[in-house]
Design a protein around this ligand. Sequence first.
Ligand SMILES: Nc1ncnc2c1ncn2[C@@H]1O[C@H](COP(=O)(O)OP(=O)(O)OP(=O)(O)O)[C@@H](O)[C@H]1O
Length: 546
Amino acid sequence: MKIIKFTMTYVLKYKIYLLIFILLNFVSRALAIFFPYLTGNYIDILITANDFQIVTKITLIIITIGIFNMVSSFAQRYLNVKIQTKAMIDLNFDVLNHLLKMPIRYFENKNSGYLNHRINNDSSVVVNFLLDNLLNIVSNALTIIILFYISFTINVKMTLILIPVFPLYLFLYYIFRKPLYRRNYDLKEKQNIFFSKMNQHLQNVNIVKINATFTEAHEVISNSFKSMFKSLLSHTKLSLLFTNSNSFTMLVANGLIFFFGGREVIRGNMSVGEFTIIKSYFSMIMGSISYFLNFGESYQKALVSYDRLKQILDESKEINGNKKIFNISNIKLENVAFSYNKSEKIISNFNQKFKKGKVYCVIGSNGTGKSTLIKLLLGIYNDYYDGKIHYDTNEIKNLDMYYIRKNFVGVCMQEPKTINSKLIENFTYGLEQYNFDNLSLILNKLKLDPAKFDNGLETIIDEASNNISGGEKLKINLARNFLKSPELLVLDEPSSALDVESVDKLKDLIVETKLSRITIIISHDHDFINIADEVIDLNKHKRNDI
Ligand SMILES: Nc1ncnc2c1ncn2[C@@H]1O[C@H](COP(=O)(O)OP(=O)(O)OP(=O)(O)O)[C@@H](O)[C@H]1O
């Protein structure tokens, strides 16, 4: 089965725990089968016996089995949680890593909260499915076979009564299978959307507060809740119907056992102890059969999660070559064209060379494609452009741009981001090594004094970066990128949140360090034109309709 094969790779990483878990489970099962046999025989012995020795012996056996079962059940549950959590996180990380390397345009119209909830939920469902059923399939099948055999040896007629129950179960599963899959798929989607709406509003807490749009926020969440709730009720109804039909079959089988079993005892074809054994074994057989029916339902649930995980994992990764380079002397764009949609090219027939030691200022009105151009030359849109982009003599599509961006490129985004961590970790995020004196020098030049924060470099920047100003956030990002000392430095609208003096200081820093890199500054005002060696005006590169 494809789900088992897929999930097994994750669970098998924890072989030893799994082995102990399997052993304990089998011993517990064997004891569970032995117990009714012992009880039935004990009843028959009690009817005729007259010494206490046997009573003491059987009581001791029962207590020993009970103690073993208690310890074993504790160990099994503990191991189950351990294997399940670890395997689920491994699977989760694999899917997340794959997702992060997918082409950027996959993420258009996708919501991070939705994806997060979807991956977590689906990973947990498939791993749980495997662990819950790995042993149970085998042990329940064995239970049915062994118990049928023992029951046959006790009373053939009684055992035959139960056989028609099997096709009835299969028929029920066949009828419910597809509707269960469909309703479960719908429910999962609605749950993910509901979670993502909650998440969205928590992330946008500032916008909601400033505009006091609490009612609107509540309405959006409440609408998605209504939709999820409707789906939940519809799924629950079907699931209960399925379970009830299962209980009905159990009821019929129990009625048959009591009726025919009672008759066999009265006619003297079976002892009371044997009836007790058969009754217990039939209950166990019914339990095992109904396990297979429930397995059908949980299989449909797991199939939904598996299909959704595979949908992500089967998406191709973005283009990223494997050639590594260690310095960049120039970047050349030849006849580059790019569009987001079919009707208009944002960049067309674009030619430009960027050389080490020079500062380039890209200007142009809003929406002329300045940020798009940068993403193109960073390899973010490798899957989508026409023309040629070269780093020195290497076509960008052949380069390991993950390695190059990590080690040799510094980008300060238009909307700089901080991480929910200490200030020092924000300065050094992604850097494998750094020089502390150099950091102090850069901070000094950027006029950012860590001592002004409550705990200096140890101050925690909160998740929404509410405890720092917009200008400080930008300076943290600038400092990190200068500390990296990259071969290519890109600053997208660096003056947007800086005061006049800070802009001047930044300009000085750019000029002082420019010889060791290519510097590209995006600006739609003209702040940086006077320090640029070349100005690229995108207003002059007219867009073309396709
Ligand atoms: N992911 C996207 N999907 C569709 N269209 C996009 C996408 N990103 C940008 N655009 C569109 O492409 C055009 C260029 O956007 P871009 O962000 O490159 O402009 P910009 O020159 O940097 O603008 P600004 O000065 O406002 O920052 C805009 O019209 C924008 O709406």
